[in-house]
Design a protein around this ligand. Sequence first.
Ligand code: FMN
Length: 237
Amino acid sequence: MFPRSTSMIFFACLLMRMDLNSEFSGADHKSFQLDPPPTPLYKYHNRLVPYLARATKLLRISPHSLVIELDALEAIMGRRSIRKYTGEKLPDEDIEVLLRAAMNAPSGHNRQPWHFIVVDDRGILDKIPRYHPYAKMLDKASHGIVVLGDHKVQETDFWIHDCAAAIENILIAAHAKGLGAVWLGVHPSKALIKETKELLGVPDHVTPLGIVSLGVPAEEKAPRDNYNLERVHWNKW
Ligand SMILES: Cc1cc2nc3c(=O)[nH]c(=O)nc-3n(C[C@H](O)[C@H](O)[C@H](O)COP(=O)(O)O)c2cc1C
């Protein structure tokens, strides 16, 4: 009735759907785990990225042109804090992608109270580890993105949640693009807030929540599965 090629395409689609469904079948909703994951790519991505970054250096092409981008779930499950970088400069387009991801985060009452100070000045980057005890990796970072909340725009503590969501979006987007990133906490340390504001000339009504250190990764870290059933409560504590 159907041409042979049409039947084969239909049969292949059926098999693909069965494969997708098998992820969920047999697992009741309480014990559902991302195992096996949608695709195993995220497991190998972290291992591949440093080699691909080195290859781009040898070939003298843009640092990320060989990197495979991950889908959202793969990027979330494979993200790790990356604190070693090659020292290469990231292109402006990458920074723009990260800022777009940051500004697409949810925010209380949709106030979007965030500001971002993109620091690529070596002199400024080098000053941060002098007052921040856990920011040494900035000496090889390409950029630091300081994420700040505007109290005139978001008057309640929601600014903290909003800016944290923006930072997490940057980290996931960075990992998806094969970049290395780590969150450096600033708020709630009064000393770190003061030093950061003075260094960057931040006005009184704005507070830095954290800094994202960014670069081309020079270390690989295996993805971790932190899933812990003891932390999951259904309907009541
Ligand atoms: C609020 C917050 C503050 C952090 N501050 C720092 C920091 O100052 N320096 C640093 O190297 N890592 C910092 N981290 C990264 C954590 O150390 C890291 O996320 C944690 O060890 C888990 O490792 P993973 O990100 O590889 O899963 C911070 C993370 C968060 C969420």
